[in-house]
Design a protein around this ligand. Sequence first.
Ligand code: FMN
Length: 132
Amino acid sequence: MATSLEKILNSSESALTLLQVLAENSFDSILVTDASAAGKIIYANKAFKKLTGHDQVEVLGQTPRILQGQGTDKKVIDRLSEALKTGGRFEGKAINYKKDGTPFIMYWRVLPIKTGKKITAWVAIQREGTTV
Ligand SMILES: Cc1cc2nc3c(=O)[nH]c(=O)nc-3n(C[C@H](O)[C@H](O)[C@H](O)COP(=O)(O)O)c2cc1C
């Protein structure tokens, strides 16, 4: 099993197709940002649009901060900022807002994508939580 997966992943074209199919069909929302301090969105999947109401193309170049608002717990975001600074991972819940302003509980993870030791991107897996 692992050997066949390795075979597919060894061709960069197949690896990319595999990742695209996984991401586009995931029930969870997936967001990828570049590694800049601002964290500009370079990819959002279909489930992101379903969860937040934001069109995938319209969020490219923006930051995930667009999801935050008055009710967003600053302590949770501080913890995320710390993980971004130190190259660590984050998991947490906070109030976020859909495009139409509807608040909801975001439950998400943020992980660094590294090439060697260098962080090249950040990826988030997001879903609607039930309790903060
Ligand atoms: C990959 C990634 C995904 C993120 N997803 C969310 C999110 O779903 N909700 C949220 O409130 N903040 C999210 N953020 C955090 C904000 O983009 C930003 O990093 C955070 O608010 C800290 O920056 P600031 O102190 O300038 O606001 C995400 C950040 C990254 C890098």
